[in-house]
Write a protein that binds this ligand. Structure first.
Ligand code: ATP
Ligand code: MG
Length: 789
């Protein structure tokens, strides 16, 4: 067996000192005092299978964390012998922090706490060769996956218009979610993709292998295959992971379930916690049935039910329970709280999505200024949970205008940008030169005179030799099979990749330096420096930010892995910000104040989910509504708009059917603000302290300046400007500036003009520093400002 690192070395032994502590119960266990009897029962049943099946906010995650602490405290296992699976890497970090708070440094050693995917990557890197990969394999994103499939589909003479690559991708995913390798796809499904499904799947897997790459589904699938085919490897892990804990168990798919069962079947020390009402990943192959199977697979399992909710007020809890009651076939459970009734759940209709975003912005400002009877609301305590990520845009735009700091959680935003993906393709080539998809992406970027013909020649050469594209290029150069200007440039490119790869292998310099060298030597940075389009400056900024992001990792490979796994931009944690995220990403989290916008039929419940899965889809959407409401501790506001712009098209909307399922007694209907009056429940009493002090205030959202900026906006803003404190609308706003003018730029925020050169402005930005900006990319600050106070 190849290189086991220290963390997985010889059969573990619990030091005598720890065992003595455990047996004598010498260490006090204050964390147990914080638990109710049912939780305590689940925590103290350390050995054997345990299933905790309970509703939202009943302290499942808390009990799970306490259980880890207890295992360590009782000397049952060392930190790296506990395998704990959480829903996000963020959740894993939080858990580690909590364990750390109780037990100190010990938590540092919890090397095996993470998501199914991150844990699988770790295992797979050690045994890659068992599935025909090398340990430095790359993980493809969906974009690359599709590109690959398109090539295969074309090579098989299949009409991609009739049989889209996306369809094939989702079929492959669904097979992988069920741990089906090509040879195991049931004959009943052979008709998939015009009877060519399994064949393409097989070719696709083969192709991934030659590329030394995996897709997301492979991470788990390969592990399961290794465990099944190599009992010796499985046994080592079974011995190593003495205890297994799983949060959000309701969302595991078959592959994950098998992965767990294989690892746990010898010692059966497995504890799973979940809530069938929060199962929201059916579309990704999650099977609620796994919960029900648990007792069959692990006979004699202790099943603990929790009913007391510690998170939400009684009104919020009742509203959530009312909605979920409409679902059939639930395991069913009652939740109660010893807490206050609190404020009723609030419901409000708006004219359009922008008005909705504006209103929420005002509510947040009002809450911050103590206008709500929620104590000390900080921005970190506020979340906006949307059904679809396109809803985020309105909030980002609005908050940027009023200078309200926000973070988008769970969004691949930053890493999805073209320049970032290009740069990462270079990094990928440096780490693994056989990464043909990366090669294709950048071989002629910047332009190296390698057009379709030259690239086709490289492809043919490589295919003929059965080698990666880089080798194809090398061979073509060696036999002078490529001529003209391209030849010299291709040689430079190949030599560059060789050099960078050698540097990665030798680890001779810092990966940050190397990244900069790669971007410089490849000519990629220069390409944007010479670019005259208005976005170029922003792109260079992003590249800098990318290099900065590398500082948090110890290698390029570590970084690439992080990006493909997490795709979250979680820097600047210290700054207080409103969180914007999808309902899916909000699972397991809690916030004192929650806004749930966009409750409109078609958007939520999502039309697509209903079209694709009918009643089942609708029920999953309803569970999502339940997840949303139960995130709120003190104040929950649901809203909808009568009109919404979706991908540039205005659509009129009907309120979500879930709204009428809310139990009336627990809901306060607010009168919509503004002049429209077209909202919901016009007869209801007026509410909204935030409005009265805004009467007569100009609407910056309708200002010509804002609109102009919208028209110009080509990139999504990322950073937030400082708090806006500008003045009212001036209809006579001019576009010719003079030195001393105060201006606003969508990315860099507010700043002062300190010099003018033709159409270029020297601007001293409040936060982004000095920059040279083309005049048409900024507007006068007063055009986008408002007077909040
Ligand atoms: P979800 O289903 O949303 O994941 P959960 O069941 O995992 O919820 P937790 O997040 O563990 O619930 O707990 C919800 C809140 O209740 C947390 O703030 C937690 O600290 C608190 N809590 C849990 N158990 C107790 C308890 N016994 N006493 C006081 N507070 C508790
Ligand atoms: Mg939880």
């Amino acid at each position: 067996m190849e290189d086991w690192d220290d963390s997985l070395a010889p059969a573990p032994k619990i030091p005598l000192s720890q065992r003595a502590l455990g047996q004598g119960g010498a260490r006090p266990a204050p964390y147990l005092d914080d638990l109710n009897p049912a939780q305590r029962e689940a925590v103290e049943a350390l050995d054997g299978p345990v299933l905790m099946l309970a509703g939202a906010g009943t302290g499942k995650t808390k009990a799970l964390t306490s259980r880890i602490v207890h295992l360590l405290n009782m000397g049952k296992a060392r930190p790296n012998e506990i395998l704990s699976v959480t829903f996000t890497n963020k959740a894993a970090r939080e858990m580690k922090l909590r364990v750390g708070r109780l037990l100190g440094d010990v938590a540092e050693g919890m090397a095996w706490m993470g998501t199914f995917h991150s844990l699988s990557v770790k295992i797979l890197r050690r045994h890659a060769e068992l599935v025909g990969l090398k340990s430095n394999f790359t993980i493809l994103d969906t974009d690359d996956q599709l590109r690959l499939l398109k090539q295969l589909i074309a090579a098989n003479n299949i009409d991609e218009k009739r049989w889209p690559a996306r369809m094939m991708a989702s079929i492959i995913d669904s097979w992988k979610n069920r741990a089906l390798t090509p040879d195991r796809v049931p004959s009943g499904e052979a008709a998939a993709y015009n009877n060519r499904g399994t064949e393409i799947y097989e070719q696709y897997q083969e192709r991934l292998r030659t590329l030394n790459a995996t897709d997301f589904g492979d991470l788990l699938l390969h592990c399961v295959v290794i465990f099944q085919k190599h009992p010796d490897v499985l046994e080592q892990y079974q011995r190593w992971f003495r205890y297994i804990l799983v949060d959000e168990y309701q969302d595991t798919n078959v592959a994950q379930y098998l992965w767990l069962r294989l690892l746990a079947q010898s010692h059966r020390n497995i504890c799973c916690v979940g809530d069938d009402d929060q199962s929201i990943y059916g579309w990704r192959g999650a099977e609620v049935g796994n919960i029900l199977r648990f007792e069959k697979d692990f006979p004699g399992a202790k099943v603990v039910r929790l009913e007391q909710n510690y998170r939400s007020t009684a009104h919020i809890l009742a509203a959530a329970s009312g909605v979920i009651a409409a679902n059939a076939g639930r395991l069913g459970k009652t939740l109660w709280t010893a807490g206050e009734m609190g404020e009723k759940l609030r419901l409000i209709g708006h004219w359009d999505g922008e008005e909705e975003a504006r209103w929420i912005g005002e509510e947040i400002e009002a809450a911050q200024r103590g206008r709500r009877n929620i104590h000390a609301v900080s921005l970190n305590q506020i979340a906006i949970l949307v059904r679809a990520s396109h809803q985020m845009r309105a909030f980002e735009d609005r908050f940027l205008t009023i200078g309200l700091p926000y973070r988008v959680i769970g969004g691949p935003r930053f890493y999805e940008r073209q320049e970032i993906r290009d740069a990462m393709a270079y990094f990928r080539l440096a780490v693994s030169p056989e990464d043909d998809l990366a090669f294709e992406r950048v071989v002629n970027l910047p332009k190296r005179g390698l057009g379709d013909k030259a690239q086709g020649d490289i492809q043919r050469e490589a295919r003929g030799l059965g080698l990666p594209l880089l080798e194809g290029a090398r061979s073509l150069l060696a036999r002078a099979g490529i001529g003209g200007k391209g030849a010299g440039q291709l040689r430079q490119f190949v030599e560059g990749v060789d050099r960078w790869h050698a540097a990665v292998v030798a680890a001779s310099q810092s990966h940050i330096e190397l990244a900069e060298i790669i971007l410089d030597e490849s000519g990629y940075t220069t390409m944007w420096q010479n670019d005259k389009t208005p976005e170029a400056a922003g792109r260079l900024e992003n590249l800098k930010e990318l290099v900065k992001a590398l500082e948090q990792f110890d290698s390029l490979q570590g970084f690439l892995e992080h990006v493909s796994l997490i795709m979250e931009n979680e820097s600047e944690e210290a700054v207080e910000k409103v969180s914007i995220m999808t309902l899916h990403a909000a699972k397991g989290l809690e916030f004192p104040v929650v806004f749930l916008p966009g409750w409109e039929d078609g958007l939520f419940p999502s039309q697509r989910s209903m079209d694709e899965s009918g009643k089942k889809g609708l029920e999953e959407e309803r569970r999502l509504a339940y997840v949303g409401i139960t995130r709120a501790e003190q104040l929950c506001t649901i809203s909808f708009a009568s009109n919404r712009r979706v991908y540039g098209q205005w659509q009129s909307q009907l309120p979500s059917r879930f709204i009428d399922e809310l139990p009336e007694d627990h809901v306060a209907v607010l009168t919509p603000p503004g002049l429209y009056g077209g909202g919901y429940g016009a007869a209801a009493p007026s509410y909204g302290s935030s409005l009265e002090d805004r009467v007569g205030k100009a609407d910056p959202y309708n200002s010509p300046g804002w609109k102009r900026m919208q028209d110009r906006a080509t990139t999504r803003p990322m950073a937030q400007p400082r708090e806006a404190r500008a003045v009212t609308i001036d209809a006579a706003a001019v576009s010719s500036f003079v030195t001393g003018d105060r201006v606003f730029h969508q990315k860099f925020g507010y700043g002062d003009i300190v010099g003018i050169e033709g159409d270029k402005l020297h601007i001293e930005f409040d936060h982004a520093g000095a920059k040279m900006i083309v005049a048409r990319w900024v507007v006068a600050a007063h055009e986008v400002g408002e007077v909040p106070f």
